[in-house]
Design a protein around this ligand. Structure first.
Ligand SMILES: Nc1ncnc2c1ncn2[C@@H]1O[C@H](COP(=O)(O)OP(=O)(O)OP(=O)(O)O)[C@@H](O)[C@H]1O
Ligand SMILES: [Mg+2]
Length: 316
């Protein structure tokens, strides 16, 4: 896989203290290599080869609907890919929002994770950007629930399939569905741990308590099979839909207390309806349509993931 990363032209220019118009002129004159992503020019930069892939698998997980799993999968995936990490996004939700948001609507079911539960070979992921690949979904992925109810041992089918891809990718992010059913369990068991987005509200705090409880069970099962070691299978909690109010701060404190220091809590992601709507409509990560604050927010999250989750030992 090419070790290339893409950087928005505006950001590339700013880092060099150049006006955007100068950077654009260099682009027109062929002095820099760039490609189009939607309406944006992205500069191609070579990244030094870093050796073997880091091969981490993390599942974005909570049964609370609309907490931000899919947005976070897309945006964290883009953040890590733009640092030169090789990233695979796996859409495990039959709603298939992640696939649609990344421009892969109307995907044949043979190209989704459904075939993994049917015992067939893993489909070839699709390239979204250099270093950012997608195993898409579509509505028929819901049939995996039926297969899982007939053959419960298939709960580890996704884990087995993704294990084979650990040699290829530094980071595999699995976008789960808002459920605690068998498909969500298979998504959770595929990972080295869970990233849990939590809406800063009473509903969010309640959902987190349940997720922590079920995650304990997943961790114990994996540990018994020597497939996982660690203190908490919930590896990171990401507060979402923050408004910066006093009520938010109280909710954050309550989250931290509920986790009793066992799980890091990321800096909250701010609620920005217009920016997120635009990202969806244009089929791009939120970093491409938001301003500097959005870039800083996702960079802080990327730093945290790089410094903690990508550094840990994994047992597979
Ligand atoms: N920080 C944010 N500010 C404003 N809107 C947001 C933010 N994050 C996500 N959203 C919006 O909230 C909605 C739900 O987000 P998303 O689909 O990512 O959550 P989800 O947990 O994947 O939902 P589901 O449970 O249905 O899979 C989406 O319309 C998304 O654009
Ligand atoms: Mg979702």
């Amino acid at each position: 896989m090419a070790r290339v990363r893409l950087k928005p032209l505006a950001l590339w220019a700013r880092e060099r203290g150049l006006p955007y118009s100068t950077a654009h002129k260099m682009l027109r004159e062929g002095k820099i290599q760039a490609e189009r992503v939607g309406e944006w020019w992205m500069v191609r930069e070579e990244v030094p080869e870093e050796g073997p892939a880091q091969g981490r698998v993390l599942t974005l997980f909570t049964h609370a609907g609309g907490a931000g799993k899919t947005s976070l999968t897309r945006d964290l995936g883009y953040e890590m890919a733009s640092r030169g990490k090789r990233v695979l996004l796996v859409d495990m939700d039959p709603q298939a929002n992640l696939s649609a948001w990344l421009g892969h609507e109307e995907v044949p079911e043979e190209e989704t994770a459904l075939v993994i539960f049917e015992g067939r070979a893993t489909p070839q992921p699709k390239e979204v950007l250099p270093n950012l690949h997608l195993l898409p979904a579509q509505v028929e992925l819901a049939r995996a629930e039926v297969l899982l109810s007939r053959e419960p041992h298939n709960a580890f089918a996704l884990r087995g399939a993704l294990n084979e891809l650990r040699e290829v990718y530094d980071l595999i992010l699995v976008d789960s569905l808002p459920s605690l059913g068998s498909l969500a369990v298979a998504a959770a068991l595929a990972g080295d741990g869970l990233i849990v987005p939590v809406e800063l509200s009473r509903k969010g705090a309640q959902a987190l308590r349940t997720v922590v409880q079920v995650a304990r069970g997943y961790g114990i099962s994996l540990q018994r099979m020597r497939l996982w070691v660690g203190r908490s299978f919930v590896r990171l909690v990401v507060p979402t839909h923050a408004e910066g109010t006093a009520r938010d701060r109280e909710a954050l404190k309550a989250l931290e207390e509920a986790l009793s220091g066992a799980v890091p809590v990321a800096p909250p992601l701010i609620r920005r309806p217009a920016v997120y709507r635009e990202a969806q409509a244009k089929g791009v990560p939120v970093q491409l349509v938001g301003g500097n604050e959005v870039l800083r927010e996702l960079k802080a999250l990327g730093d945290l993931v790089e410094e903690t989750l990508l550094q840990e030992e994994v047992a597979v």
